[in-house]
Design a protein around this ligand. Structure first.
Ligand code: 3H9
Length: 686
């Protein structure tokens, strides 16, 4: 049953039970309206407690209904019905009261919550604004400034903070239901507070809205919802309740059907599906209570910090005492940075650092549950590490390689108990970046693969299963990004124009700026290895820059020139001359922003389609998560595959055909043509 009602001694308890998160489905909305009518008609009832079963209060509207036409009763009417009920309602909150859940609570006469509860309006994160009075009642309850912060950031507050804001009337110690009933009994005799909808909004200082607009616009960049949410709070503060509600609803319905909302919903569900791949259902992961990292360079130190942040004790192994010192210093530098940025206190940083033991002795790993290798990208060096690990580790200890380009099957050759070996590909900086590519080898046991996913959950990362190929999912696509960016240079575009176009599309940085920041030498090293394997990587300009030791910001020049101490890229005459020379007699054209984006992005989609067809990725949505969480692809675009589907795969094929005819991209793959015919990528997913 969705809603049940029990009455005792004048207090009715309405319990919502709509797992998993008590989302406001049509049936639940209907049941709430009926509950109000029933309790209004019950003379024995003095007050009503609204509480939820399971892990949370109402977590919001049912997001899965958003693609469909809204069905009555509409949530604003449900909230109005609760607010207008003859008997006062008390919302009893545990877990999360989010979005429509908080809006329902705002319809209640009072709100009480346990200390661990959180309350918020996260709608902007889904590309919409609250649609059931959130932007209209909140400023009337807590004032416009606090309302603006809650509504435009989408971030929740905890119960204590909510009490301070006046959003919660009491924080309940101990049992929530008993506390809420006691509160309702105490309140029943008192004057009921004025409904929030009838209250006036406290005036703001001159210039408040203009300042808020600037601040919100700067943060939102090209996301539409935060500014629209601000406009709705402003309207609510400057006009009567009914007009403000109409304005909010109109904005909500407009955004609900927008491309940004559809993209953000897609990412919302993709992120929730990723940690639970159906193929691993029912498989119990191995216990991971201790971890070790081999190699204390940038990646190893970042992985060690990520493991410590999740509470695991960590042993950091390096070749000799000096390397151990350097590795520990790298971890310490991460924590010093975290303290400086206010992410953790000094005491927390010290405690985390104290949990990292550096050593050169592999013998210390005899009882460690998980060992992640993060040494130099060289097959023989990595194999030597696993030979040592095979000799000392428990046979059930999970062994992982963090390789980004080598073949994990080759790395794991000869390992003892190969079923406990897999690839765990972190992204730099590993303690920050959310993506974790999980790469099973031909011999990885299902429970070891499940351990990779469980680890991701523990570390707060987004796990994506990737098959073995050069670069797995993310770096394989990155290679195409870079090759396309160079093709553009050879046909008339400049690095600055390419970077500007990709930034305008929503990426935090263009491909050339990003290479200058990260260093051109790593990719040069990989191209060298690829050539030794007989491959022919395409990087005519980058190769010339590396020959001149223009490796990026760290050498004072790469794709751009840099003045000492200044990270601002300046167009470089040297680079322009190299491009002109490399372009030789190639046809030049004038590129506009849209053309540049197409010439980079659509070939990435083409490559991603091959990745999907080869089952290197299992779902198109997984590829979207890789690009969003590993490479800064704008979340509000939904990822490259969602973007391509939204654009229409037939059009994507047509553009690629045109680019290929001019020698500016590979032709569309058979898989992409098939997906275009079928109208989506699901035809290829395995
Ligand atoms: C809104 O309210 C609009 C209104 O203003 C206006 C209306 C007119 N709907 O995250 P989890 C599913 S907008 C449908 O892993 P946790 C989720 O897909 C909404 N389904 O759990 C997953 O399903 P499955 C504003 C939802 O314990 C399962 O629940 N609200 C919804 O780590 C478990 O999810 C939000 O944006 C939903 N609203 O975290 C809140 N929410 O098991 C979004 C979850 O099949 N939700 N599911 O994969 C959350 O932030 C987290 O789910 C929460 C629990 C913190 C509540």
């Amino acid at each position: 049953m969705t809603v049940s009602i029990i009455s005792e001694n004048g207090i009715a308890v309405v319990t919502i039970d709509n797992p998993p998160v008590n989302a406001l489905s049509q049936a639940l909305r209907q049941a709430l309206v009926e509950a109000v009518a029933k309790l209004d008609a019950d003379a024995a009832v003095k007050a009503v407690v609204l509480i939820c079963a399971g892990r949370t209060f109402i977590a919001g509207a049912d997001v899965s209904e958003f693609g469909k036409p809204p069905q009555p009763p509409h949530l604003p009417d449900v909230v109005a019905t609760i607010e207008g009920a003859r008997k006062p309602w008390v919302a009893a909150i545990h877990g999360s009261a989010l979005g429509g859940g908080l809006e329902v609570a705002l319809g209640c006469a009072w709100r009480v919550a346990v200390a661990s509860a959180s309350l918020g309006l996260p709608e902007v994160k889904l590309g919409i604004i609250p649609g059931a009075g959130g932007t209209v009642r909140l400023p009337r309850l807590i004032g416009p400034a606090a309302a603006v912060e809650l509504v435009t950031s989408g971030s929740p507050v905890d119960a204590k903070k909510a009490e301070g804001l006046g959003l919660v009337d009491a924080v309940i110690e101990g049992d929530l239901l008993a506390g809420a009933i006691a509160f309702a009994n105490g309140a029943a005799g008192k004057t009921r507070p004025e409904p929030i909808s009838s209250r006036a909004v406290v005036p703001v200082e001159a210039g408040f809205w203009e300042g808020a607009e600037k601040a919100v616009a700067a943060k939102a960049k090209r996301e539409a919802a935060p500014l629209r949410a601000l406009a709705s709070v402003r309207r609510a503060s400057e006009t009567d309740f009914a007009s403000a509600m109409a304005f909010e609803r109109e904005t909500f319905l407009d955004l609900r059907g927008s491309q940004q909302a559809s993209a953000l919903r897609h990412v919302f569900f993709a992120e929730r599906a990723a940690p639970r791949p159906p193929e691993l259902a029912g498989i119990t992961p191995r216990d991971v209570r201790s971890a070790a990292v081999i190699g204390g360079g940038t990646m190893g130190a970042g992985i060690a910090a990520a493991l410590r942040d999740a509470g695991l004790p960590v042993i950091l192994i390096e070749r000799d005492a000096a390397a151990v010192e350097r590795g520990l210093a790298n971890v310490k530098a991460i924590y010093d940075g975290s303290v400086k940025r206010g992410r953790v206190t000094q005491a927390i940083a010290d405690a985390r650092m104290a949990g990292v033991a550096g050593s050169g002795d592999y013998g210390l790993l005899a009882d460690t549950d998980l060992i992640i290798e993060a040494v130099f990208e060289d097959l023989s060096v990595k194999r030597a590490v696993f030979e040592k690990l095979s000799a000392v580790c428990r046979p059930d200890a999970v062994l992982a390689t963090n390789t980004s380009y080598l073949d994990p099957d080759a790395i794991g050759e000869g390992i003892a108990h190969p079923e406990r070996f897999l690839g765990l590909h972190f992204f730099s900086p590993a303690h920050i970046m959310k993506l974790l590519e999980i790469v099973p080898t031909g011999t990885t046991a299902p429970d070891v693969l499940a351990t990779g996913f469980a680890l991701a959950r523990l570390l707060g990362k987004i796990p994506v299963r990737a098959g073995i190929c050069d670069g797995f999912i993310g770096n394989r696509i990155l290679k195409v990004t870079r090759a396309q960016a160079e093709r553009l240079l050879l046909s008339g575009a400049t690095p600055a124009a390419v970077d500007a176009a990709m930034r305008a599309f929503g990426l935090p940085m263009g491909p050339f700026e990003a290479q200058d920041l990260g260093g051109l030498d790593i990719a040069a090293f990989q191209r060298k290895a690829a050539r030794e394997r007989g491959e022919t990587p395409f990087a005519p300009v980058a190769d010339r820059l590396c020959a001149l030791e223009r490796y990026g910001q760290k050498t004072g020049g790469g794709w751009y020139d840099y003045q000492p101490g200044d990270r601002a890229p300046k167009p470089s005459d040297t680079v322009a001359a190299i491009i002109a020379e490399a372009a030789e007699s190639r046809a030049q054209r004038a590129w506009d922003e849209a053309g540049i984006v197409d010439a980079i992005l659509l070939p990435m989609v083409n490559e991603a389609t091959c990745i999907l067809e080869e089952h290197v990725a299992l779902r198109a949505a997984d590829i979207d998560l890789v690009k969003i969480h590993g490479y800064g692809f704008p979340r509000w675009r939904g990822g490259p595959m969602h973007y391509a589907e939204g654009r229409g795969l037939s059009e994507v094929v047509a553009v690629l055909d045109r680019l290929a005819a001019d020698g500016l991209a590979e032709p569309p793959s058979d898989g992409l043509r098939r997906a275009a015919k079928a109208g989506g990528f699901s035809v290829l997913a395995g």
